[in-house]
Write a protein that binds this ligand. Structure first.
Ligand code: ASP
Length: 341
C-alpha cells in the first residue's frame, strides 16, 4: 500500500514537471549581437549594464503584449530601448563607416500579413526601426534608402537628429583601430576568431546589432532588426539586417527571425527565409531549421547568430561565436538574459 502511494506520488510529480516544462512558452526573444564575447573580458559593471538594457527592452515589449497590443508594437518598443542605448550597434552607438559616418539599416516584418518595411543607409533618423515600420505602414514600398528614406521619415513625423547624435567615443576609437589594422576591410563590431586571424578585428568593440521577435495574443508573429552595420564599411554598403529574407523575416506559418553576424554571408545564404522555408517545406522544428542554416553559414566562413520563434512560442537562439547578447520573456513574464556560451 505504502509502495503504491509512493509510486503514485512520483508519477504525479513527473506529470506536473512535464506540464510545467511544456508550458514554458515564450512571447518575446531579443538579441544584442553575437561575437567574441568572453566573460574574462567583461567587467561586472559592463555585464550589469548589458543585462539591464536587455531586461528593460524585454519589459517594454512584454508590457505591450500583456496589454493586448500587437507583436509589431512589442518589437518596435523593445528595439527602441536598444537603439537608444550606446551599448549596442544600432541607433545611438552605431559603428562608423570608413568615412567616419554612421549609416544605419533596419527592417520590420509582420508575420500575419507578410507586409514588411526597411530603411538602409540612413544617417539622421533617431530610431531607424520606426522608419522601417513607417515604410511598411505608410507607403506602398518595402525598402527606402538614404536621403529619400530620411525625407519620408520626417514626413511621417519621426524624430530627426543631427548626425552628431550618433557619435560615441568608443565607436570612433573602434574605427581608428580598424583603419590602422586594415584600411580596406570592414570589421564586424563584435569580431570573431576567424576575423581576428585575418587581423581585422577589434576585440574591444564587440557590441552588436539588435533584434527582436514577438508573439501576441492574436497568435501573430513579428520580427525586427536594427544595426549600424560593420565598422569601417564602405560608403553605401548595406548589410543583411534590412534585407527581407536575409537578416529579417516573419511568417505566422513558420517563424519570426532576426539575424546578427557577418552580413554578406547572411545575404548570400538568405538565412532568415531559408529557416522559414525549411520549416514550411521540410516540416522541421524552429530549432533544427535554425541550427541547419547557421551551420551552412558557418561552413562558408560566416560568423554570427540569430533568434527565431515559432507561433507556438518555441524559441531558438543559436550562434557560432563565443557569445551572443540575448534574452527571452515567457507568457508569465519571466525574463532570462544570457550572454556567454
Ligand atoms: N549583420 C550586420 C551587418 O552585416 C552586422 C551585425 O550583425 O553585427 O550589417
Amino acid at each position: 500500500m505504502k509502495l503504491k502511494f509512493s509510486y503514485c506520488f512520483v508519477v504525479l510529480l513527473l506529470c506536473t514537471c512535464l506540464t510545467t516544462y511544456a508550458q514554458q512558452k515564450y512571447v518575446m526573444v531579443i538579441h544584442g549581437g553575437a561575437g567574441t564575447i568572453l566573460k574574462k573580458n567583461m567587467t561586472p559593471e559592463k555585464e550589469a549594464a548589458y543585462t539591464a538594457a536587455l531586461t528593460l527592452a524585454l519589459q517594454k515589449g512584454y508590457e505591450l503584449i500583456k496589454a493586448g497590443k500587437t507583436s509589431l508594437d512589442a518589437v518596435e518598443a523593445a528595439i527602441h530601448v536598444l537603439e537608444d542605448s550606446p551599448l549596442f550597434n544600432a541607433g545611438k552607438g552605431a559603428v562608423f563607416t570608413h568615412d567616419g559616418r554612421n549609416e544605419m539599416d533596419a527592417a520590420i516584418m509582420d508575420g500575419k500579413t507578410l507586409m514588411a518595411g526597411a530603411v538602409a543607409g540612413v544617417t539622421v533618423i533617431r530610431n531607424p526601426i520606426s522608419a522601417a515600420r513607417a515604410v511598411m505602414e505608410k507607403s506602398e514600398h518595402v525598402m527606402m534608402v538614404g536621403p529619400g528614406a530620411e525625407a519620408f521619415a520626417k514626413q511621417a513625423g519621426l524624430t530627426i537628429v543631427d548626425p552628431k547624435y550618433f557619435f560615441t567615443e568608443e565607436r570612433w576609437k573602434g574605427l581608428q583601430e580598424a583603419i590602422k589594422e586594415d584600411s580596406v576591410k570592414a570589421v564586424l563590431d563584435h569580431g570573431s576568431k576567424k576575423s581576428m586571424k585575418l587581423g581585422t578585428i577589434n576585440r574591444d568593440y564587440k557590441f552588436g546589432t539588435v533584434g527582436a521577435v514577438a508573439l501576441d495574443h492574436m497568435g501573430n508573429l513579428a520580427a525586427g532588426t536594427s544595426t549600424g552595420g560593420m565598422t569601417n564599411k564602405k560608403y553605401g554598403r548595406v548589410g543583411d539586417s534590412p534585407i527581407i529574407g536575409a537578416g529579417t523575416y516573419a511568417n505566422n506559418e513558420t517563424a519570426g527571425i532576426s539575424c546578427t553576424g557577418w552580413g554578406e554571408f547572411y545575404i548570400r545564404n538568405v538565412v532568415a527565409h531559408d529557416i522559414s522555408a525549411m520549416m514550411e517545406y521540410k516540416k522541421m522544428s524552429v530549432s533544427d531549421a535554425s541550427k541547419a542554416v547557421l551551420d551552412k553559414v558557418g561552413k562558408m566562413g560566416g560568423d554570427g547568430g540569430l533568434i527565431a520563434m515559432d507561433r507556438k512560442g518555441n524559441v531558438a537562439m543559436p550562434f557560432n561565436t563565443e557569445g551572443m547578447y540575448r534574452g527571452t520573456v515567457t507568457a508569465e513574464g519571466k525574463i532570462e538574459i544570457q550572454i556567454y556560451k
